[in-house]
Design a protein around this ligand. Structure first.
Ligand SMILES: [Ca+2]
Length: 477
């Protein structure tokens, strides 16, 4: 029974094996049957070893097979050999599969690494692109700067050429001027020679210098102070302070401007209650013009209308008739109120005139005239004065009754035009003992061919130019 079982197992194994071998087409010469010539079917012979039968016998329906189909030990050995060979091949294949698996992993790693590398390369490419764009912008900017430098350089060259051209033209002009100066000098000399041959030069007589009144140092100061104490009886201001001038004149006030008015004169301004000196609006009776004038309220109870002031040489007084008629200058500095305005003021009522003079050591003197007014323009603003009192000396009475003369209108008693010699406008005689509209010289004594400074002959002489001057009027009390 055990032998039958083993035989069946062997046959089963062989049948499985032969199915595989037949399907793979390998020849098995000793097991092939005659009917297998077409190679598609296999048949097997079952070999049952001889054994001693001790039980019932199972008979095959087909009967015993011939010997040629029996499986031998050799066949089994062959089968085993084939099996081991197949196993080795399977192992080999397994190894190959393992190797392939490793390769796949490596490939995956490589792909991942490749993706990273691609990302990195893209990033670097963008950086490179950005850098290229930046450099290109820098290049453009550099090119623009270079163009600008070139333009500036060209402009500099053009200016240099222009400067050189101007320089040469200036040299030519300077040479021409020099030649003309020489020519003018020659003509002047010729003119003077011709002039001197025919008649003596027409020059106004110099006013007499008054040595005792020269404002020099202590002697002058004491003299003036003494004169003042004697000759200024009204004492004007009771509230004089140490900061005021020697005659109670206040220090230069701050500019005060009032929009009230207009008033007929500064006396009316004072009567209206204004006590601050400054600029006020006036409109004299019979005049259709509003004017501004400086009202002095810090002197002798105030109410003085200032129509002329010199203090620093800031205004040119060598002007024509029209200027002197209408007025000029700055009200808070040097100015001339205008002949027509002075005429209109003076015809309102009876006025007196105060002339205030200051020398270069800070001392002030005055000359006062008991009455003052001007004739109308058709009388060329003839000066009308009353009697003198004061400590400056009377240098104005000699001008009383004289008409006004300017550089373009000669109404003086001199053969020439006094305004030309004294460089101002005034009621010149022939020509003058005073010239308060002359040239403002700094320092007092001045050098000039003619007496054209701001002088008051009786106070310093004709060659001492005063530091400051004011002329003002107020109604007679
Ligand atoms: Ca004349």
């Amino acid at each position: 029974m055990r032998q039958v079982t083993w035989s069946l197992c062997a046959i089963l194994c062989l049948s499985i094996w032969d199915v595989g071998t037949c399907q793979s087409g390998k020849p098995v010469p000793r097991k092939r049957r005659a009917s297998d010539e077409d190679g598609k079917k296999c048949s097997y012979t079952f070999l049952i070893p001889q054994q001693k039968i001790t039980g019932p016998i199972c008979a095959s329906s087909t009967g015993p097979e011939p010997d040629k189909d029996r499986v031998t030990r050799m066949d089994i050995a062959d089968v085993r050999e084939v099996l081991s060979k197949q196993r080795r091949e399977i192992e080999t294949l397994q190894l190959v599969v393992d190797v392939d698996g490793n390769l796949v992993n490596e490939m995956k790693l490589l792909r991942k690494e490749s993706r990273n590398m691609n990302s990195r390369v893209t990033q670097l490419y963008m950086q490179l692109l950005h850098e290229i764009i930046r450099k290109r912008d820098n290049s453009l900017e550099l090119a623009q700067l270079e163009n600008r430098v070139l333009n500036v350089t060209a402009e500099m060259l053009r200016l240099a050429a222009r400067y050189k051209d101007l320089e040469s033209r200036y040299s030519a002009m300077a040479s021409l001027v020099n030649n003309q100066s020489v020519l003018i000098n020659a003509l002047e000399e010729q003119c003077m020679r011709t002039y001197s041959r025919h008649e003596p030069p027409v020059v106004p007589p110099l006013v007499q210098v008054v040595p005792e009144n020269l404002p020099v140092n202590n002697h002058f100061t004491n003299e003036i102070q003494r004169n003042h104490n004697r000759a200024f009886p009204r004492g004007s201001r009771k509230d004089s302070s140490p900061t005021e001038g020697p005659f109670g004149f206040p220090l230069p006030p701050q500019v005060n401007y009032s929009s009230e008015g207009p008033f007929r004169d500064c006396y009316q301004v004072r009567q209206a209650g204004h006590t601050s000196s400054g600029i006020y609006l006036l409109k004299p009776d019979g005049s259709d013009r509003l004017i501004q004038a400086w009202c002095e309220h810090g002197l002798d109870n105030g109410g003085w209308t200032v129509f002329q002031r010199r203090k620093d040489g800031s205004v040119n007084f060598f002007r024509n008739w029209e200027n002197y008629k209408k007025g000029f200058g700055n009200i808070d500095s040097e100015y001339w109120l205008g002949l027509e305005n002075i005429y209109n003021l003076g015809k309102q009522r009876d006025y007196r005139l105060l002339v205030e003079l200051e020398d270069w050591v800070g001392k002030k003197v005055y000359a006062e005239y008991s009455s003052f007014h001007l004739e109308p323009e058709n009388e060329f603003y003839k000066l009308r004065l009353g009697t003198y009192q004061g400590n400056a000396g009377d240098s104005l009475t000699s001008h009383n009754g004289k008409q006004f003369t300017t550089l373009d209108r000669d109404k003086d008693a001199f053969s020439g035009n006094c305004a030309h010699f004294h460089k101002g406008g005034w009621w010149y005689n022939a020509c003058g003992q005073t010239n308060l509209n002359g040239v403002w010289y700094s320092g007092g004594v001045y050098r000039s061919k003619f007496q054209d400074g701001i002088f008051w002959a009786d106070y310093g002489g004709g060659f001492y130019s005063l530091k400051s001057v004011r002329m003002m009027i107020r109604p007679i009390d």
